[in-house]
Design a protein. Structure first.
Length: 134
């Protein structure tokens, strides 16, 4: 057992600003040493699941398909996405307008297949709808 891992890592997702097709946000972990991943996912997909592990399985399944297309493995791809410390003004583009999403942040154990190592912190947001032309 690694004594530094005893405290549960928590996250604060802040400064969420959504436009028609993108969002920016900041993620602050309770520990600067914690390794974590952040995803943006459609709300209806997230809300189909009751447990954090199911949400992570869903995310990893999607990511694995993408990684495979890119000629890499899930673990190699996730290794490039792992964050440490505060992540400010992360921008995610190519979202659908007028759609509900969540920003999801959770600690991972990168030495153990990126297994989830904390509760998922979720922040819901909606992209803007296009202005109706009169």
């Amino acid at each position: 057992e690694d004594p530094t891992q005893t405290e549960e890592v928590t996250f604060v997702i802040s400064d969420l600003k959504a436009s028609l097709t993108d969002v920016t946000y900041t993620v602050t972990p309770s520990s600067d040493e914690a390794e974590y991943l952040v995803f943006v996912c459609e709300a209806n997909a997230v809300e189909m699941h009751d447990y954090d592990e199911e949400i992570v399985d869903m995310l990893y399944t999607e990511v694995e398909a993408y990684a495979t297309q890119s000629g890499t493995t899930l673990n190699d791809y996730l290794a490039t996405k792992v964050k440490k410390g505060k992540s400010e003004n992360i921008k995610v583009t190519n979202l659908a307008y007028g759609t509900n999403y969540y920003v999801l942040a959770f600690a991972v154990d990168s030495a153990n297949n990126f297994e989830i190592a904390s509760a998922i912190e979720m922040e819901r947001f909606a992209t803007e709808k296009p202005a109706q032309s009169a």
